[in-house]
Design a protein around this ligand. Structure first.
Ligand code: NDP
Length: 479
């Protein structure tokens, strides 16, 4: 399967004709080639986007909205095909792609297709000065969207949809590890009537293609989701060029469980928040803190539930955990497990790679539970981004709050309790962009999404995203 760039509404090879192998995580085999695009490809995409911007930025909101809604329908009409492609490319269970990733990609277009029709700006009547101020929120121009491999089409469209809705033209790069569904999106956009050059999808390595996007002087804003180290690099390149930046980065999220919680609900959700998508979700609760009164019971019940998870072929309906995304990533995750004991950790469950019959070269790992003694250990401080959680007991609210905040990250946190006052106190005090109480990963696309500290800069979602993708101009008229 050869993947091509999508530039000016047409599929094309990279200008230098340089290609990278695409691997299937389920069996470790090469199953296609993707372009390793360079700055020449980005320059061409910018040229066509510049032309397209003239008409797209002045297209009526109703027309833009209609096209976005058609793209949503196009994604839905190809649900099975896209889910299978996502599963093959990423290693995630096909059921998960079918129930979460692809429906959410359609929702992203539908949501911003509607949201743009409701997007308004302020006006201020300056009484006494006989003046009226009104604020314009205008399309920025050409914007760059760069997304990671863990939720490929889901996160790719989460950026592209608001950027297009707001009237910008987009140069987008999916992760080179998972290019497949972004490739298919081009066809869907053409069928929906998106004009040529409005969305350009260019594939390749971050250090090559991605670098060319962030460095291009005509790309005025960058929306990036990925690792904190890459985010820092992008910020350093973009800052002297005064680009607008939205950075959604890593997390090391606490899952705080008090003895007064609804136990069964907490237990079932904690299995999901620990291991959904093989633990490769930036929102996974990778540090589980449990109040001492229920710690031993939780430990037994949690391990019992985790041991029932089925690791195997991502294409099978009954699979709970598929393959990790790549051999390199599997190695990285294993390196944390291998040094767990030096880090004063005890592996309570898992910790080993698994060989799946017929798919012996795939990247499979058992869900892994490690008991730790101290929040300052490497396992609790560094983002592992795999099917690995740590658990440890706590005695007081003050103690667990201090441990929850004792990390360089600040993306999300979960609290399990029925105590309202404690909920209010802790939600205020937790240093994270998102707090879930008695639930996990419940999303409403109108709400602000993003992290504090090293988890990012800016917020996505709802009108926050539309504000990011527009330039603000105030007009003051004296009368
Ligand atoms: P990376 O930071 O490695 O890559 C993210 C994207 O950036 C990829 O498309 C990558 O391309 C590209 N990239 C890499 N280097 C550059 C560069 N110099 N210039 C421009 N682009 C570049 O992250 P991963 O793909 O490994 O994703 C996992 C990370 O993403 C985790 O840390 C996770 O927490 C975070 N994440 C954050 C979320 C959030 O909302 N806060 C949500 C999901 C994930 P390539 O793949 O080719 O290297």
């Amino acid at each position: 399967m050869t993947i091509q760039n999508f530039v000016n509404g047409e599929y094309s090879n990279p200008i230098n004709n340089n290609w990278i192998d695409n691997y299937c995580p389920a069996n470790g085999k090469i199953y296609g080639q993707i372009p390793n695009s360079t700055e020449e490809d980005i320059a061409l995409a910018v040229e066509v986007a510049e032309v397209a911007f003239k008409s797209w930025s002045t297209t009526t909101v109703e027309k833009r909205s209609t096209i976005l809604l058609k793209i949503a329908e196009g994604i839905e009409s190809r649900l099975d095909e896209l889910a299978e492609a996502e599963s093959k490319d990423n290693g995630k269970p096909v059921n998960l792609a079918k129930s979460v990733d692809i429906p959410r990609a359609a929702s992203n277009f539908r949501f911003f297709g509607h949201a743009i029709t409701q997007f308004a700006s302020e006006s201020h009547d300056s009484t006494g000065q006989n003046a009226l101020n009104y604020t314009l929120r205008q399309p920025i121009g050409i914007v760059g969207c760069i997304s990671p491999w863990n939720l490929p089409l889901y996160l790719f469209t989460w950026k592209i949809a608001p950027a297009l809705a707001a009237g910008n033209c987009v140069i987008a790069k999916p992760s080179e590890v998972t290019p497949m569904t972004a490739f298919l999106l081009g066809e869907i956009c053409n069928k929906a009537g998106l004009p040529k050059g409005v969305l350009n999808i260019v594939h390749g390595l971050g250090s090559n293609t991605g670098q060319a996007i962030i460095a291009h002087s005509k790309i005025k804003a960058i929306s990036f989701t990925g690792g904190t180290k890459t985010g820092a690099h992008i910020a350093a390149i973009a800052a002297p060029k005064f680009k607008k930046l939205s950075l959604e980065l890593g997390g090391k999220n606490p899952n705080i469980i008090f003895a007064d919680c609804d136990y069964e609900d907490m237990l079932n959700t904690t299995v999901k928040s620990s291991f959904a998508n093989q633990g490769q979700i930036c929102l996974c609760g990778s540090r589980v803190f449990v109040e001492r009164a229920i710690y031993d019971k939780f430990k037994t019940d949690f391990i019992n539930k985790v041991s029932q998870l089925k690791v195997g072929d991502p294409g099978m309906e009954e699979t709970d955990l598929g393959a990790l995304v790549s051999k390199d990533h599997l190695k990285k995750v294993m390196s944390y497990i291998e040094t767990a004991e030096q880090d004063d950790g005890t592996i309570l469950y898992g910790g080993q790679e698994i060989s799946v019959e017929g798919l012996e070269n795939g990247y499979y790992l058992m869900p892994t539970v490690i008991e730790v003694k101290n929040n300052s250990c490497k396992l609790n401080q560094e983002e592992i981004f795999g099917p690995v959680v740590t658990i440890m007991p706590f005695d007081t609210e003050k103690e667990v709050l201090s441990m929850a905040n004792d990390t360089t990250y600040g993306l999300s946190a979960t609290i399990w309790t029925n105590n309202l006052k404690r909920t209010m106190r802790m939600s205020k005090a937790l240093e994270s962009g998102i707090v879930w109480v008695n639930t996990w990963m419940m999303r409403d696309l109108r709400t602000p999404f993003g992290g504090m500290k090293n988890s990012g800069v800016g917020r996505e979602g709802g009108f926050e995203a539309l504000r990011f993708f527009t330039d603000t101009k105030n007009v003051c008229i004296q009368y």
